[in-house]
Design a protein around this ligand. Sequence first.
Ligand code: FHN
Length: 432
Amino acid sequence: MKKFVLIIICYLLLNTSFSQTNYQPSAENLKSRQDFQDRKFGMFIHWGIYSLLGDGEWVMNVQKIPYDKYKRIANAFYPHDFNAKEWVKIAKTAGMKYITITSRHHDGFSMFDTKATDYDVIDATPYKKDPLKDLAIACKEEGLKLNFYYSLLDWGRKDYGFGKKIVNGKPEDTDWDSYINFMKAQLTELLTNYGDVVAGIWFDGDWERKDANWHYDEIYGLIHRLRPDVMIGNNHHTDLKPGEDYQLFEKDLPGNNSHGWGTGGVSNEVPLETCETINSSWGFNINDKGYKSVKTIIQYIIKAAGHNTNFLLNVGPQADGKIQQEFADTLKKVGEWLQLNGESIYGTRGNVIATQDWGTVTAKEKKLFIHILKAPSQDFILLPRETQKVASVQSYSSKQSLKWKQQPEGIFIYLDGITFSTIDEIIEVTLK
Ligand code: FHN
């Protein structure tokens, strides 16, 4: 009898549709959105069995490795140097306030303990431990939130039918419903087995099948029902869809389209996040030496904050579980800058003024933080359209007072005596 009741509950959980068309986020969800915006800077982690091959997370596809052969590498996955506390320490030292990690990427391998498939870290590797569990515990201990990246696209499963023609919203000759149910079962695990540290689900891969019916109504409905506070984001590179709680951008600030992925509009209703890599790869790539400089990363954080956007910076750890030293060194320096200047980033909101040639502005309560990333050509800057009365203007680093004048065009701030920092010269304006 007990078994029968359980089956009915599971059936309802997997099949009930919760319409997201008129989705009204819960009070908990609205609170999560505020907290998320306050955190501003997160660590993205792409880590999977692909890391063993040192050629990025697309290696199976790019090197045209047949799925059955690729699967064999799982047997070599034993990350003896993996220490979740170390990762969290690196993130925390960098000033990152949350982590988003790949629970399952396009190769279909689940990096967590799942009952929905044997192609997972517990059943298919000699490691037999769940790294996401350790990470959830370490994040919780250190006050970081944890989001799970989850690929909709799967190169290997028969019921996904990679490469099949989509007819009436389904891939031809496959059991699409079985695939949707598989995802729902896994998402249920991700949302119920890792505690309240889990703050978001980060979908990716929708772009591979624009015409498919992804059953978002059911999937998003399930997530919101299990955890109303959890935020749903989907990197589909288009306009926000009903039920999504934050909008994702890739390798671009919202509104830009330098990679062809910024094709949708920018929502002004939900928090925004953009992601970038610390070098040129997402998953570990042994030949990638395109390390971004400390300056580039800090300026990215600032520009994103000015755009009212969080910045998610990716590292691809090695297969042994180590985050390479080059990344850790850069992140430490980024953290040192944030230690000194974090007040002008965390908890602020952007879109105060349009981005200027010289930089951008962030705001918190009565303060405006003017971030000068490039010395302006004149000896003043103009903050257009600021109507609130100014109480004081000073250099953030030296506390030296600066001359200013409030005119109908805006606030003129005179920069005499300022020596511009090569990364960011911050001017603090206090409003009355
Ligand atoms: O194909 C993926 C890629 O591997 C990586 O995960 C990035 C992260 O934003 N998203 C996809 C491309 O849009």
